[in-house]
Design a binder for this molecule. Structure first.
Ligand SMILES: Nc1nc2c(ncn2[C@@H]2O[C@H](COP(=O)(O)OP(=O)(O)OP(=O)(O)O)[C@@H](O)[C@H]2O)c(=O)[nH]1
Ligand SMILES: [Mg+2]
Length: 327
């Protein structure tokens, strides 16, 4: 086929390799999913259909926090702890800006020093793409591939740009907000909306001279959480302390996630949440496809330009211009 990428594995090779947890094949399958070639898109759709029965068995964890809070260091330490207790860990990230620089990726791989050498961990940088919707879409599918390849903890990191936190929240079971202790003004710089999304607040860098202020911050955050609406699943959002560098509090955070999973599987919240997420995803994708097919339709492109001219010149109302474009 004309637009087939060179050396693309077949559907069977991909499906088999994923089933055998072959990392090289997994990487190639993700590349197929991220590709814009028509051939690859079809292959990706068939592959996803084939692996769907093996998906859904992991716990999906989202991690966010302001730059410098220690996300990469935390994921390195936390992920290494998880592999030490026998888990297979995949780390994905969402960075809509990476299409330009792809800079944070290399930085992150080097900052996740231990994990990047761990045979039971798989790190995949953010897909590129200029729209957050497109990037998130690919990450969701990558989660499914990683699950089918036997990864039982999937960590999705967001760089905290724009709406990326909401995107990640919509694709995970557990959303962790990493925080820092600061001189009493902890709540500054943290958007209230992000705190409302969190299933746990973890104050990182609770080490050295920082321990006492971290303990004070824990009290402040706990009080602030009381002012927010209760968690939909009936979960009490905890505030924990940890040090990603000194590796303290890490096992406790995992235990807390296991408690969460036990409790919210018990009351069916997690299963319902995934159903809701899937439906929301479907509608987001519909919107994305509609937008693409509209703006990339050669017949429309000239019309849009013409309407833009007329609207700018004040000759036509926006309402009229849009009605005409859809007629
Ligand atoms: N003392 C101390 N320093 C830490 C801890 N965790 C991270 N750091 C330091 O904080 C700095 C930032 O850590 P990163 O892990 O790169 O933070 P990040 O949130 O990934 O940052 P961005 O990728 O820029 O958003 C580094 O110098 C780390 O060594 C910790 O638990 N204690
Ligand atoms: Mg980082």
């Amino acid at each position: 086929m004309k637009d087939r990428a060179i050396n693309r594995p077949s559907l069977d090779e991909l499906a088999k390799g994923i089933d055998q947890s072959n990392r090289i094949i997994l990487s190639r399958a993700i590349t197929v999913i991220e590709s814009k070639l028509a051939f690859d898109q079809k292959l990706a759709a068939n592959l996803l259909d084939q692996i769907i029965p093996q998906t859904g068995k992991s716990i999906r964890i989202g991690i966010t926090g302001v730059p410098g809070v220690g996300k990469s260091t935390f994921i390195d330490t936390f992920g290494s702890y998880l592999t030490s207790i026998g888990k297979k860990v995949a780390v994905l990230s969402i960075d809509p800006s990476s299409s330009i620089t792809r800079g944070s990726i290399l930085g992150d791989k080097t900052r996740m020093n231990r994990l990047s050498k761990d045979p039971n961990a798989y790190i995949r940088p953010s897909p590129s793409g200029n729209s957050l919707g497109g990037v998130a879409q690919k990450t969701r599918e990558t989660i499914l591939l990683c699950e089918a390849a036997g990864y039982d903890v999937i960590i999705v990191e967001t760089v905290g740009v724009g709406q990326s936190e909401t995107s990640v929240k919509d694709m995970v079971d557990f959303f962790l907000l990493l925080m820092l202790a600061g001189g009493g003004d902890e709540l500054q710089g943290i958007k209230r909306g992000i705190m409302e999304m969190a299933d746990a607040l973890v104050i990182n860098k609770a080490d050295g001279d920082n321990i006492n202020s971290a303990k004070r911050a824990k009290k402040n955050y706990t009080n602030a959480l009381h002012l927010l609406p209760p968690h939909e699943g009936g979960w009490i959002v905890p505030v924990e302390l940890c040090s990603a560098v000194e590796e303290t509090g890490i096992d406790n955070i995992w235990k807390m996630m296991c408690d969460f999973e036990a409790k919210l599987s018990g009351n069916r919240f997690l299963i319902e949440n995934r159903r809701r997420q899937n439906l929301k995803w479907m509608h987001e994708l519909i919107k994305l496809k509609l937008e693409e097919s509209f703006y990339h339709n050669p017949e429309k492109i000239d019309n849009i330009k013409e309407m833009e001219k007329q609207v700018t010149a004040g000759e036509l109302s926006v309402r009229h211009a849009v009605t005409q474009l859809f007629s």
